[in-house]
Design a protein around this ligand. Structure first.
Ligand code: ACO
Length: 320
């Protein structure tokens, strides 16, 4: 048995922030942001936490799949901006939606989180342990963003996306994951520093830091590499792939990956313009947008690819 997507759900906060809005708080402008990243606007939470966004996306995914919460065996939530160290946001979602029979836990794989969650579920399905799963990518990155740093604050947005996966005969064809911890400092966010009660030093909250050009180089190399690995391993031709559903970090990264793969931009749908980079939520948000536009038909082959802090990367070749 393998994992098939039975339903997708998405939720973004109402509060819409344009590039012009950001130009009022840091030295930037719409033209710079659009040409370097493709981002026009993003949603920023006015108070809803990661677990609240996640629960709303989860409810929509369950409704789309026609699956009752009690049918879920497992909930995996990928996030780099959890509301609490514990309990996990996945446990909060489990309570909020009434998934009384599901085990629930968070994973931390940054922007590759949704792909890692799918890989984990596939393992459980293949082993015959579980049959129905909910995976969620959810972020309120606004709470770890340094709003005085124009190099990062223009890039990110808040949002959540979820997928209900069912064990079926067809679905995931192949998948891969990777990690390179030696490049951890390229993109990092300290949660809280160690304080010292003897000297009275208080712990400090950390914010996101990034070496943009290193991230760019890494992504442009790793995305085509992982896509090609899946194509070669399965003997699938590029012509058979209808869409490449890439993590929405930056339009220029997606264009560069398309050039390296020698594939037309029409095969790379995007939502980066409207949501910015929502980290692990970006792939399910994009899938939700594609479903609304009726772009996916049963039997279509797609490759999803996520990459992010860690560094981490992963890809899934799937029949819709
Ligand atoms: N507005 C205006 N000017 C800016 C801004 C801004 N928001 N940010 C930086 N600049 C300035 C810099 O200060 C610099 O000015 P200087 O030449 O006077 O020093 C100039 O623009 C160029 O800065 P660079 O950092 O060299 O700009 P670059 O062309 O590399 O673009 C960017 C920056 C867009 C971040 C690029 O490196 C990139 O796309 N990197 C990929 C990173 C990414 O997408 N991260 C997302 C998170 S990671 C993930 O999802 C996996």
């Amino acid at each position: 048995m393998t994992a098939r997507i039975a339903g997708i759900g998405a939720y973004v906060p109402e509060n819409l922030i344009t590039n012009d809005d950001l130009a009022k708080i840091v030295d930037t402008n719409d033209e710079w942001i659009r040409t370097r990243t493709g981002i026009r606007e993003r949603r920023i939470s006015s108070g809803e936490g990661t677990r609240h966004l996640a629960a709303k996306a989860a409810e929509r995914a369950l409704a789309a799949a026609g699956v009752a919460p009690e049918e879920l065996d497992i909930i995996i939530l990928g996030t780099s901006s959890p509301d609490r160290n514990y309990p996990s946001d996945a446990c909060s979602v489990q309570a909020a939606i009434g998934a009384v029979n599901a085990v629930a836990f968070d994973i931390s794989a940054a922007c590759a989180g949704f792909i890692f969650a799918m890989n984990i579920v596939e393992g459980f399905f293949k082993a015959g342990i579980y049959k129905t799963a909910l995976i969620i990518g959810a972020e309120t990155l606004s709470k770890v963003t340094d709003w005085s740093d124009r190099g990062t604050c223009v890039l990110f947005g808040d949002g959540a996306g979820a997928a209900v996966l069912k064990a079926e005969e067809t679905g995931i064809i192949d998948m891969m994951m990777g990690a390179d911890g030696t490049k951890g400092d390229v993109l990092a966010c300290t949660s809280r520093t160690v304080g010292n009660f003897l000297t009275g030093t208080k712990p400090e909250l950390g914010f996101m830091t990034m070496d943009g050009q290193e991230v760019f180089k890494f992504a442009v190399r790793k995305v085509p590499e992982s896509v090609m690995e899946l194509l070669q391993r399965t003997g699938t031709k590029k012509e058979d792939i209808k869409y490449y559903v890439l993590h929405q970090a930056n339009e220029r990264i997606i264009e560069a990956a398309a050039r390296r793969l020698k594939e037309p931009m029409e095969k790379f749908p995007m939502t980066i313009g409207q949501f910015g980079n929502t980290s692990t939520a970006s792939i399910p948000l994009l899938l939700d947008d594609m479903i609304r536009k009726d772009m996916l038909k049963r039997g279509d082959k797609i490759i999803m690819s996520g990459f992010g802090a860690g560094m981490t990367w992963g890809a899934v070749l799937m029949e819709w």
